[in-house]
Design a protein around this ligand. Structure first.
Ligand SMILES: Nc1ncnc2c1ncn2[C@@H]1O[C@H](COP(=O)(O)OP(=O)(O)OP(=O)(O)O)[C@@H](O)[C@H]1O
Length: 527
């Protein structure tokens, strides 16, 4: 009797030390691969078990779902592990049977099938993986939480007490592993989110500086009134707008006015100056890139199209965009989706486009420098801002506006002498309003008293025959449509239907286009 008690005590002592060793080995494990190996090494040395299967909670919050954590059960080299892992979802009914028990439990698939606790397909899959109809399931628990299930071959002769001890160590290690994976996943998400916020913040700061500078459009001439009317007509819609005008005429100001009066005004307008984009980075700046997608792509970058989601993208100097980027831009405008460089998923973006140029885009189309299909896509609603020399009546208003703007800062001159004003009106302003603004700023700085008495503009550009009234007349929608169709027909050399015809360019059925040509009385001589 004593010998037996002694044997049992020795056996328990042995169990304890083995368990301690296993627990020491598994405690420091951080990654799944080492964990898998540590478990098999432990099971092997403790119970001579060389195959096991472990299902654990999925990473998401759905704690009821258990999928295969790792598979060492089949020993079958031809088994496609990944495929099985994704398919082998543990039936919640079986998981309940196992977790309701505190001890390892022998499951008979026939019986479970019979009791309707398992579906035919899971039974068949189970059998195909394990090659057996019975299986030993050991519940894995960390505290009160069900972590997973350890599956063992039925013919294993194991010391149940020791197995339960091992199972609780495995449960803790698996729980830690799941927690670590969650933390790293969250860490990556937070880092990405932070980067995105930093980029957006940078963008916001740039935008705020710009917005503060461009709060008002000054102008009382007939042609500027026409511009205002067009702005209010188009703002509410989702249409693309093409703003045309010489440099410094206020195209960006008008683009902002459209955005600020549109339903998208709560998000900041995103601006891209196509002329300032380095050719090798254009695509990345517009559409973004994934980390490591090309040399120098150290971090993921969110492109302007993504930033402008549910807002307006202002493509300034669109005429400078290289032809190959024009193709890509057109595709994004048509499909409303794109991919980051090196990205695998398609990103949808709801962006309204306002483009601007100081070039004659139609001429660029004729010269082959600008794609006609992109031109017609953008030219849905053109707004032309006339040069300052054609709306001289705006000069006094603008000059006084800029005088106020710069005099506040320098608290110097507050009015113009008659001579200075005459000079301003007579000058031709090749740099338009921007040049006028800079000139006034300089004059304010140079003036010593409360009146700007002389400007000192280059005399060769002074035009003595000042035209005070703008002759540009606002066109009706019908006139606009007619001009637009004539432009398309010119580009297509008069061809209406078929390949290379205006109907394709205008995205209209050729019958509709023929009908409109007739209705608008467009004749060959107009083309
Ligand atoms: N009607 C206006 N009222 C007040 N300021 C104006 C007006 N038009 C232009 N400006 C000012 O002139 C400067 C140039 O305007 P803006 O940048 O909008 O011109 P742009 O046509 O886009 O020029 P570019 O073609 O060179 O890009 C800005 O400082 C802007 O605030």
């Amino acid at each position: 009797m004593n010998i037996m008690v002694n044997d049992e005590a020795l056996e328990r002592e042995d169990e304890k030390s083995k368990l301690l060793e296993f627990s020491n080995n598994i405690a420091g494990v951080r990654d799944k691969t080492t964990l898998t190996k540590t478990i098999i090494d432990g099971l092997n040395s403790l119970f001579s078990i060389d195959r096991y299967m472990l299902s654990a909670k999925t990473m998401d919050q759905n704690a009821e779902e258990y999928i295969l954590f790792d598979l060492k059960f089949t020993g079958n080299k031809t088994t496609d592990l990944a495929d099985h892992i994704s398919k082998f979802k543990i039936d919640p009914k079986i998981a309940k049977v196992i977790f309701d028990s505190t001890d390892p439990i022998m499951l008979d698939i026939e019986e479970l099938l019979h009791q309707d606790r398992i579906s035919e397909s899971s039974a068949a899959l189970w059998e195909s993986i394990s090659g057996t109809r019975t299986i030993l399931a050991v519940p894995l628990r960390a505290g009160i939480e069900n972590i997973g299930i350890l599956w063992l071959h039925p013919d294993m002769q194991v010391n149940e007490r020791l197995l339960k001890g091992v199972a609780s160590q495995i449960a803790l290690a698996v729980a830690n592993n799941i927690a670590n994976e969650k933390i790293s996943k969250h860490y990556i998400e937070i880092t990405e989110y932070k980067q995105r916020l930093e980029q957006e913040n940078l963008h916001l700061q740039e935008e705020m500086q710009i917005t503060n500078n461009y709060s008002e459009i000054i102008g009382n001439s007939g042609s500027m009134k026409d511009v205002f009317r067009l702005v209010s007509q188009v703002s509410e819609s989702q249409s693309s707008v093409l703003i045309l005008g010489e440099t410094g005429t206020g195209k960006e100001l008008v683009a902002r006015a459209i955005h600020n009066a549109s339903p998208r005004k709560d998000k900041l307008m995103v601006k891209v100056n196509c002329a300032a984009l380095p050719p090798n980075l254009i695509e990345s700046i517009l559409f973004g890139h994934e980390k490591g997608s090309f040399t120098g792509a150290i971090e993921r970058r969110v492109g302007k199209f993504e930033l402008a989601n549910r807002s307006t993208l202002f493509l300034d100097e669109i005429g400078e965009l290289p032809l190959e980027m024009q193709v890509k831009l057109l595709r994004v405008l048509q499909e409303k989706e794109f991919e980051r460089i090196g990205g695998k998923s398609v990103i949808k973006s709801d962006v309204r486009i306002i483009a601007a140029t100081n070039r004659n885009l139609l001429k660029e189309v004729e010269k082959g420098n600008f794609r006609s299909d992109l031109y017609f896509r953008l030219d849905v609603f053109p707004i032309t801002i006339p040069p300052l020399r054609e709306r001289k009546e705006d000069i006094p208003l603008l000059a006084c506006h800029f005088l106020r703007k710069y005099a506040i800062k320098g608290s110097r001159a507050s009015s113009f002498s008659n001579r200075a004003m005459k000079e301003l009106i007579a000058y031709n302003w090749p740099g338009n309003v921007r040049e006028l603004e800079h000139t006034i700023e300089r004059s304010v700085l140079l003036s010593n008293n409360s009146m700007v008495s002389s400007i000192g503009l280059p005399s060769e550009l002074v035009n003595e025959n000042v035209i005070m009234e703008s002759e540009i007349k606002l066109q009706t929608l019908e006139e606009n449509e007619r001009a637009h169709i004539i432009k398309a027909l010119k580009v297509c050399k008069g061809k209406v239907s078929g390949i290379g015809g205006a109907a394709i360019l205008l995205n209209l059925p050729s019958t509709t286009l023929h009908a409109r040509i007739k209705k608008l009385n467009i004749k060959k001589r107009h083309i």
